[in-house]
Design a protein around this ligand. Structure first.
Ligand SMILES: [Ca+2]
Length: 346
């Protein structure tokens, strides 16, 4: 089975599996509104750089998204981490070291990892999956972004899958790169399930959220696309014990990267929740211009604790309005199951 996995999924093969080369049709049933022309994107091309900013190592949806990007997006040039871990077994940089191991097993040793800012979350479950021999990763996010930005002149697709800490830092310390940034961020909410608090990624670093929205308001940053919690927190994308993907990744003959993902899923199921919903892979699909998430231009205000509401006069961004979950999950399985392809039509 391993050979079959490799043959069908090696991102360096020429089997036409590069999703960023897939045309991005209008979401089924969703017309592009006239006012959306203000948010039109230049299609990704050979000069585009993809950076994934992630709090990988807690909910496995980050690791699943990273595996998808590593296998289907040759333009993936850098992974940065945020909400990094603390002392003891959760020593700083654990998330980055886990990302390094996963990328290596996916055949992407070419993608550097930079460990970002620390955090306080309890959502970490990969301590036993990172051997002591796994080396620490570079800790200078700004230098790492500048290095990859210098390799190509085109847009920088920033795929935010965690707190906005690194993005805010980048806007402050590398303002020359801001005009090239195209941000797709998982986070925020218009109808959060706990209305007394902000969505998780926004809540973890509220000042960073305000810094990003200030950059949008004064024109330094193009309006991001936010894939919001009410669109991602749905049972349609949940992978639990016994799910098709869990079983395939856990198969004895599965390749090493799949076994690592399966072990990560098992740790999460045992220690936190008996399921993982694919917030981050859904956001990644949008960043890759795949057609599963439909967006609507929305003036979005952020309150002092990071909650978001639509409000006239606020900076206009694009907010997820709906998603085609069945098609998305078929695509996800197409990327991660043997014998499938990265095609959006899988
Ligand atoms: Ca995440």
């Amino acid at each position: 089975m391993s050979d079959e996995w490799t043959r069908h999924h090696d991102p360096h093969t020429t089997t036409g599996l590069r999703v960023e080369e897939t045309p991005a049709p209008c979401p089924r049933g969703g017309r592009i509104r006239p006012q959306e022309s203000a948010f039109a994107r230049v299609p990704s091309g050979e000069n585009t750089v993809v950076i994934i900013d992630t709090d990988i190592g807690g909910d496995p949806d980050d690791a699943i998204a990273l595996a998808v990007a590593a296998r289907c997006a040759p333009a993936l040039e850098l992974v940065t981490t945020s909400d990094e871990t603390g002392p003891g077994p959760r020593r700083p940089g654990l998330r980055a070291r886990f990302a390094r191991i996963l990328l290596d097993r996916l055949g992407r040793p070419d993608v550097p990892v930079a460990a970002g800012a620390g955090g306080e979350t309890r959502y970490v479950c990969v301590e036993d999956l990172v051997p002591a021999s796994a080396p620490p990763q570079g800790g200078d996010v700004i230098a790492a972004v500048r290095a990859v930005a210098a390799t190509r002149p085109g847009p920088i697709d920033w795929v935010g899958l965690g707190p906005l800490t690194n993005l805010a830092l980048l806007l402050a310390e590398a303002p020359e790169l801001a005009p090239r940034l195209r941000v797709t961020q998982m986070g925020g909410a218009l109808r959060y399930r706990s209305p007394e608090r902000a969505e998780h990624n926004f809540r973890l670093d509220v000042p960073a959220v305000h810094a990003v929205f200030a950059a949008v308001a004064d024109g330094r940053l193009a309006p991001p696309r936010f894939v919001t919690s009410e669109i991602t927190f749905v049972p349609d994308t949940e992978i639990g014990p016994g799910h098709t993907l869990h079983r395939a990744l856990s198969a004895p003959a599965a390749p090493a990267w799949a076994s690592l993902l399966a072990a990560h899923l098992d740790e999460w199921f045992a220690r936190f929740f008996p399921g993982t919903r694919q917030h981050d892979a859904l956001a990644l699909s949008a960043a890759l211009d795949l057609p599963f998430v439909a967006f609507a231009p929305t003036p979005l205000a952020v309150d002092p604790i990071g909650r978001t509401t639509a409000a006239d006069g606020a900076p206009a961004v694009r907010v997820s309005a709906s998603a085609e979950y069945g098609a998305f999950m078929s695509w996800l399985e197409g990327v991660l199951l043997p014998g499938r392809s990265c095609s959006a039509g899988a």
